[in-house]
Each structure stands twice: as C-alpha cells, then as structure tokens.
Design a protein around this ligand. Structure first.
Ligand SMILES: [Zn+2]
Length: 78
C-alpha cells in the first residue's frame, strides 16, 4: 500500500518521523509541485522531496495559523 500525501499548502508546517541533524522535527512547506520544498523551522535549511517520499516521512501536519486563531478566539474570553 502506498502512503498518500495529505493535502498541503504553502506555509503548512509538517512534523516528520525523523529529526533533522539540528534536532528539529518541524518543516515548513515553501514550494509545491512534483517535488515538495521544505524548510527547517529551526536552522532554515531547505530540501526538496518527491511527494511519494514525503508521504512516507510525514508524521503529522501542524494546525494552520488560521485554525489556531479561530480556536483561540473561542477560548480567549475575558
Ligand atoms: Zn534543521
């Protein structure tokens, strides 16, 4: 069975199964195409991964900024 790559958008932050040598797990999507461009959120290093390869490495997609804002509006009562 082939892993499916979830729907991604530019600026989405994904968590990978293996950490970058800098110790960081989180990567920001900066380019979409046949290959996906990822930027390490800690050291800024960039890499390109084919969709299929990335699909096998993603552990989790972090909630988008808008989603966080929306949920904090609900809980941010005085
Ligand atoms: Zn890094």
């Amino acid at each position: 069975m082939r892993p499916m790559l979830p729907e991604l958008q530019i600026d989405d932050v994904v968590r990978l199964r293996k950490p970058h040598p800098c110790g960081n797990y989180k990567w920001k999507v900066y380019r979409l195409g046949a290959d996906i461009g990822l930027e390490c959120t800690q050291c800024g290093r960039r890499l390109m991964l084919p969709r299929r390869k990335l699909a096998g490495r993603i552990k989790q997609i972090m909630p988008r900024a808008e989603d966080i804002q929306q949920s904090s509006k609900l809980t941010d009562l005085p």
